[in-house]
Write a protein that binds this ligand. Structure first.
Ligand code: AGP
Length: 592
């Protein structure tokens, strides 16, 4: 949450900072701001609202400074307001700070600084960082930052500039993400790689407890004691084209259409990196899958596959719940952390909890070099490319591909299973051919106030995911439920105003699901079904029918999830909502 960018080099910093902020906007968009050093002075501009408000406010202000920092905010401490927008400065406006994360002991530090006469101008935790650095400054920014960091507790990343040393930016990482981009005569800092992709593909992913000291001429990395570190430079395989909209109205729609490629690249990437895993699923007492949101739904499907193919018991837990449980984790457990960003703080903490107790940790992440990637014993990378829309789509299917790969790893017919998996991308393509049907249904139902999503077995997590997609981007209340559980309560909700989306591929629970559809119809609910093409029985029972290609039972989630993504997308888009940046959300959740 919150995006940070920093630039120092030979170019004017402002356009680079604003471009970077636009690419980081998915991380938060309550307010935005920049700070530049120009002619020895600190220039700070900030606005409430999206980056475009900031851009508008900068028209006619041709700042030429070549060193600067920028921020897009997802508010935690202090309401979204101009005072609370970043950058924050010290009283003399000689130091400016942009920050992502939370300084947990900020109240204590604020009281201490106030007792020394410091006047605070915002309600944020960030402002203490600016004052602490100013207080500790003695001619060397790095030294002042090291001293300030000693006093800070929490999970955070920040970047700071000062008028005393134009050309220098110091960035700190402790819990929240921060990468360094290496250019020619210019260098960058950013919360995420896509922010700097137009300028460089060479990055250093900072680890927790690390500080980057950057100037146009070079980059030095230190630990919190000030000891220099040698870090590896990674060349990122993405390019800027994959982070742009490429003619689609929204990133989410583009990303839905990228799913055949995302799944294909993930499968090929996993197979080519060696299909032998360095562990055996069967050697563990249990597998514990830990994740949040959409990644959690992928985990629920992974559980069914792993239990079927590897015959090992699997539990799936929300990372935010797991961390504060007394779960008896030990070296007999395999802990699988599923995360697109690899930075979700709840999942990251859960991985640490598991490692401390001796469990073997496996990450399934999309962002190479992210915290969870680095801190786990082994990683299966999903090769979905950058996902910009806040609603996860292509990374969900890529996670499913990785989980299927994992589940099949010890099956006697592993080769056959992988061959089947390789057919999935073309099945997704066929599914997308019927996108128009979904758009028409969206038009008809977009004004409804509630939706129920039902499914059984592998289709139950798909129902949960379909409901989450609708909620998060259209703000319509939606609930996902196991179809067989409906009679134990939610059936009371059904009347002629309730659209009920039923995921009903022809699998082992098909007939049972059909009975559940009858129960909905009897109560006058409007059935929108997703089923295999040519399933006349299902079509007749439904008000609306969305066909998907018939696939093997285990692969049905790859095709049934797609129309539900499209349904949510078209409803939100027709309602005129901000599909890629829905209210109150952020792509990467780095707060508890
Ligand atoms: C889903 O559309 C959301 N963006 C959200 O639920 C997301 O899946 C969750 O925050 C977990 O993120 P991660 O995969 O990056 O850990």
């Amino acid at each position: 949450m919150c995006g940070i960018i920093g630039y120092t080099g030979k170019e004017e910093a402002l356009p680079l900072l604003l471009g970077g902020l636009e690419r980081l906007e998915y991380r938060g968009y309550d307010s935005a701001g920049i700070a530049l050093i120009e002619d020895g002075k600190m220039i700070v501009e900030k606005r409430v609202g999206k980056i475009r408000e900031l851009v508008r406010s900068l028209w006619g202000k041709p700042y030429k400074g070549k060193t600067g920092i920028g921020h897009t905010r997802w508010a935690t401490h202090g309401e979204p307001s101009t005072e609370n927008a970043h950058p924050h400065t010290d009283e003399k406006e000689e130091f400016a700070v942009v920050h992502n994360g939370i300084v947990e002991n900020y109240l204590e530090l604020k009281r201490e600084l106030e007792s020394e006469g410091v006047k605070f101008r915002s309600g944020t935790d960030t402002e203490v960082i600016a004052h602490l650095i100013a207080k500790n400054y003695n001619g060397d920014l790095l030294e002042a930052v090291l001293k300030a960091v000693e006093r800070l507790r929490g999970a955070f990343a920040f970047a700071v500039i000062t008028v005393h040393e134009p050309g220098r930016i110091v960035g700190v990482k402790q819990g929240s993400p921060l990468v360094v981009g290496i250019g020619e005569g210019e260098n960058f800092l950013a919360s995420d790689i896509p922010a700097i992709l137009p300028y460089t593909r060479k990055v250093i992913a900072l680890g927790d407890g690390e500080i980057a000291d950057i100037t146009p001429e070079g980059v030095n990395i230190y630990d919190f004691s000030g000891t220099p570190l040698t870090k590896e430079i990674t060349v990122v395989p993405w390019d800027i084209i994959s982070a742009e909209k490429a003619g689609f109205k929204h990133f989410m729609l583009k990303e839905i259409y990228e799913q055949p490629k995302a799944v294909g690249d993930t499968i090929r990437g996993l197979i080519s990196s060696g299909s032998e895993l360095p562990f055996s699923l069967k050697s563990f007492r249990r597998v514990l899958i830990i994740a949040c949101g959409t990644s959690y739904h992928a985990g629920l499907i992974g559980k069914l596959w792993i239990e079927k193919y590897a015959q090992v018991p699997v539990e799936v837990v929300f990372a935010s719940e797991f961390r504060y449980s007394d779960s008896p984790v030990s070296e007999q457990d395999l802990v699988v952390a599923v995360s697109q960003s690899g930075e979700t703080i709840d999942t990251k903490f859960a991985v640490n909890y598991a490692r401390e107790r001796g469990a073997y940790t496996l990450a399934i992440v999309n962002v190479v070099g992210s915290s969870i990637d680095r801190e786990s014993d082994y990683t299966l990378h999903t090769h979905a490319g950058p996902e910009i829309g806040v609603a996860a789509t292509k990374t969900f299917l890529a996670q499913l591909a990785a989980l299927y790969f994992l589940a099949s790893s010890e099956h006697p017919q592993k080769e056959r299973l992988l061959e089947e998996l390789l057919k999935v991308p073309s099945m997704i393509e066929k599914t997308l051919e019927d996108a128009e049907i979904v758009e028409k249904i969206a038009q008809k139902y977009m004004k409804m106030k509630d939706f129920l999503y039902l499914g059984r077995y592998l289709s139950y997590p798909i129902a949960l995911e379909g409901a989450l997609k609708l909620k998060e981007i259209s703000y319509i209340h939606a609930e996902g439920y196991p179809a067989g559980e409906m009679k134990h309560g939610p059936i009371a909700l059904i009347d002629e105003r309730m659209p009920v989306v039923v995921v009903a591929p022809q699998d082992r629970v098909y007939e049972k699901t059909i009975s559940n559809i009858e129960e909905v119809r009897t109560r006058k609910g409007k059935v929108i079904s997703v089923g295999f093409r040519g399933d006349e029985k299902l079509e007749k029972l439904s008000e609306e029918f969305i066909p998907v290609p018939a696939v093997e039972e285990d692969l049905s989630p790859f095709v049934t999830s797609v129309p539900l993504q499209l349904l949510a997308y078209h409803i939100a888009s027709k309602l005129g909502l901000d599909v890629d940046q829905p209210r109150n959300l952020a792509k990467t959740v780095t707060v508890e």
